[in-house]
Design a binder for this molecule. Structure first.
Ligand code: NAD
Ligand code: UFG
Length: 337
């Protein structure tokens, strides 16, 4: 029996492949490589010394998904596949709704056909919109501010409704906070296409001299140092959370939404300081205008993950910065030679 990882060649999927293989699971990946490269999976094999079965296909393609389920014995699915750029989702909302919703419906219909009843879904703290308070519990009010976020919100609802209708189904909705870092080997990491929007890839570009300086969006927020505060989580801790979620899904039915975060908020300046301290490399930066839509501060309440999944984060902010830099230094052009 195998675990199917949709979008398993991507940033979080590839790290989760490593943790699953290390935990003794067999892994099957389906990815159309719209935002990843097959090389990531070859490196997963190098790290673990184990084989990954990979299919190049669109999860929206019913016939392709049917063929994968017919060939492989899939005991559970982790559904990473999706488009994830907030700004692009505002410009191209239909593309986001089509890809993220259609892939989920096709996947779940195929699971139903083949009697596969367990799914772990990559949701996001974005479903909390602008949270009223932190730490944010799973019971907080939901509401999104962009089409990407709404796709996560809608998919959560689709999966919850499925679990409500079919009593032997198990759904775990993992709400990630801000994943950063890379595998300590420096072999796999985040490899964004085009100009990155997120903080850590921009820190790396400034540190490596690829851009002149990091733009810190806003220095006048009502936070301890005036810059925005987020809950950054090491991607290896996050990946391990998926192994725990799979175990939970094997023992429980119904649906649960669970935060994956550290429970600690760090500011943009904290990240810069940690990066410089842990790598010895300077991050040139300038404080600029606020970025429209940014929430000043929020971080997770991770108690439910501790209680239900017996999962805790282990890595520090310095680990996140050091490992991100190791991947960037070893792979200045990402997975391209
Ligand atoms: P990623 O882009 O690196 O990985 C997503 C993978 O899905 C890519 O390999 C891409 O090629 C694939 N994909 C997309 N649409 C597909 C389709 N229709 N068929 C087959 N493959 C498809 O992103 P990631 O950072 O690894 O994120 C994984 C999941 O976690 C996504 O659903 C994302 O929305 C969610 N998430 C990410 C973050 C984050 O900050 N990275 C935060 C919260 C939630
Ligand atoms: N930031 C900068 N400069 C940059 C990039 C970001 O100062 O070049 C700041 C932002 O203003 C923000 C913080 O760094 O205060 C983090 O920004 P990111 O873009 O890295 O992350 P966000 O918290 O805005 O959003 C991310 C993902 C969303 C996801 C959310 C989950 O992009 O998709 O985390 O909490 F939903």
């Amino acid at each position: 029996m195998s675990i199917l990882l949709t979008g398993g060649a991507g940033y979080i999927g590839s790290h989760t492949c490593v943790e699953l293989l290390n935990a003794g699971y067999d892994v099957v990946v389906v990815d159309n490589y719209v935002n990843s490269q097959p090389e990531a999976l070859r490196r997963v094999e190098t790290i673990t010394g184990k084989k990954v079965t990979a299919y190049e296909a669109d999860v929206c393609d019913k016939a392709a998904m049917d063929a994968i389920f017919a060939k492989e014995k899939i005991e559970a699915v982790i559904h990473f596949a999706g488009l994830k750029a907030v700004g692009e989702s505002v410009a191209e909302p239909l593309m986001y709704y089509r890809n993220n919703l259609d892939s989920t419906l096709t996947l779940v219909e195929t699971m139903v056909k083949y009697g596969c009843k367990r799914i772990v879904f990559s949701s996001s703290a974005t479903v909390y919109g602008a949270p009223d308070f932190s730490p944010v519990p799973e019971t907080a009010r939901l509401g999104c501010s962009n089409p990407y976020g709404w796709t996560k919100y809608m998919i959560e609802q689709i999966l919850r409704d499925w679990a409500a209708a079919q009593k032997d189904v198990s759904v775990v909705l993992l709400r990630y906070f801000n994943p950063v870092g890379a595998h300590p080997s420096g072999l796999i990491g985040e490899n964004p296409n085009g100009r990155p929007n997120n903080l850590m890839p921009n820190v790396l570009n400034a540190a490596s001299g690829k851009v002149k300086e990091l733009k810190v969006f806003g220095g006048d927020y009502d936070t301890p140092d005036g810059t925005c505060v987020r809950d950054y989580i090491h991607v290896v801790d996050l990946a391990k959370g998926h192994v725990c979620a799979l175990k939970y899904a094997a023992e429980h039915t119904g649906s649960e939404a669970i935060n994956l975060g550290t429970g600690v908020g760090y500011s943009v300046l904290d990240i810069i300081n940690s990066f410089e301290r842990s790598t010895g490399v300077k991050v040139p930066y300038v404080i600029t205008e606020r970025r429209p839509g940014d929430v000043p501060s929020y971080y997770a309440n991770p108690e439910k993950a501790a209680k239900l999944l017996n999962w805790h984060t282990e890595k520090t902010l310095d680990d996140m910065c050091r490992d991100s830099w190791a991947f960037k230094s070893k792979n200045p052009n990402g997975y391209e030679a």
